[in-house]
Design a protein around this ligand. Sequence first.
Ligand SMILES: [Zn+2]
Length: 248
Amino acid sequence: MCDGYEYSRHCGSTARRDFLKLTSTATVLGLAGGSLLGGPACADALTKGQRDRMTPEQIIEAMERGNKRFRTGERKARNYLNEQRASASGQYPAAVLLSCIDSRAPAEVIMDLGIGDIFNCRVAGNVENNDILGSMEFACKLAGAKVVLVMGHTACGAVKGAIANAELGNLTGLLAKIKPAVQATTYTGDRSATNYAFVDAVARKNVELTMADIRKDSPVLAELETQGAIKITGAMYNLKTGAVEFFG
Ligand SMILES: [Zn+2]
């Protein structure tokens, strides 16, 4: 954990505060986060105070702007050693993500986030299960994260496998959890795994169904959302454009 004094003590000439921290500071100052991107800053980890001052909507906005920096080639220079040292004795992540294992969709990279900013659950096809729900409940109820984000992506191999009824060891059971999205997707035309428009439509539906499953299967998270303490939402990452489209 790092307060203002520690920022000034640790801050090096090349270090910059990451976007979540910029947004948090902007919130305190009553400024738009984007206006502070060029200012002097230090890349220590997100503090409890900074995280707690942010609303779920502001956290989502910070991730949106981080993705914009990523896809426009303006990622922040950051000092991972400072982030590692500052977070070693405590973590205050702002969100918990559920995303696919796909090697081309690493959440921290594509949203320009640092060490300690988010919890990250990854499983092929970003489907939920009891262990992931338990992880999310820990993240939100005990550790204070305010956003649950389910992030699918285009051209998802797991979704293609579910559409094509692929079978392989334990993968068969995993793909079975995606198949309800195949049936639930309204699409006129070629409903095969070789039609990327259909594959992406199923991936989007799969995110929606996973969000509904989280609310249904986790009374802990559903109650937090009803109270306004957290927001459960979804997103789709486009492998070709680098853009993360947030559902809202
Ligand atoms: Zn995938």
